[in-house]
Design a protein around this ligand. Structure first.
Ligand SMILES: [Zn+2]
Length: 162
């Protein structure tokens, strides 16, 4: 890989020019430089071109790549998993699973027989058309709560460990 170019840096990093003589640091306007010199212009070449406005040193400067941390980027990092949408996803998944398990057993003729663990756990759930709907509600609530706890715990842990 060659040197970083203005095109590859734009909107991903910021450029800081630090004077070799007086150490003054100045952020460069990447967008303006890109417009002027083009996408393929290599960033290291700037170090000879940028003149310190304070001491006017002929020795140029060092150009550093810095992380561009915009407010929207930071917010995204902080929020982790969106608890509500994650809970909704697992809730829908759980509801559909319960619904289809019931219908699958009805269709293959395995719905009869003693009450299963599922039917005992979820009040009103049975492998019947009505039971499948009740099961879907149970599945949605149960998996939704599980998903919310999962997402919350994940966020909590990544904040602790992060
Ligand atoms: Zn200087």
């Amino acid at each position: 890989m060659g040197a970083a170019t203005l095109g590859s840096v734009f909107e991903r990093y910021k450029l800081n020019a630090i004077c070799n003589d007086c150490g003054r640091s100045k952020e460069l306007d990447v967008a303006a430089l890109k417009d002027k010199y083009g996408d393929d212009f290599e960033v290291p070449r700037l170090s000879k071109m940028v003149k310190c406005t304070k001491c006017g040193s002929p020795h140029g400067c060092v150009v550093h790549l810095g992380n561009l941390v915009g407010p929207h980027l930071r917010e995204k990092e902080m929020s982790g998993i969106n608890v509500r949408s994650f809970a909704l996803t697992t809730g829908i998944f759980g509801g559909l699973s319960m619904f289809f398990i019931a219908w699958w057993l009805i269709l293959i003729g395995a719905a009869e027989g003693p009450a299963t663990l599922f039917e005992r756990l979820y009040m009103g759930y049975s492998f019947t058309p009505l039971g499948s709907v009740i099961g879907a509600v149970w599945g949605f609530v149960d998996w939704g709560i599980a998903g919310a706890i999962f997402a919350w715990l994940y966020n909590w842990l990544s904040k602790k460990l992060g």
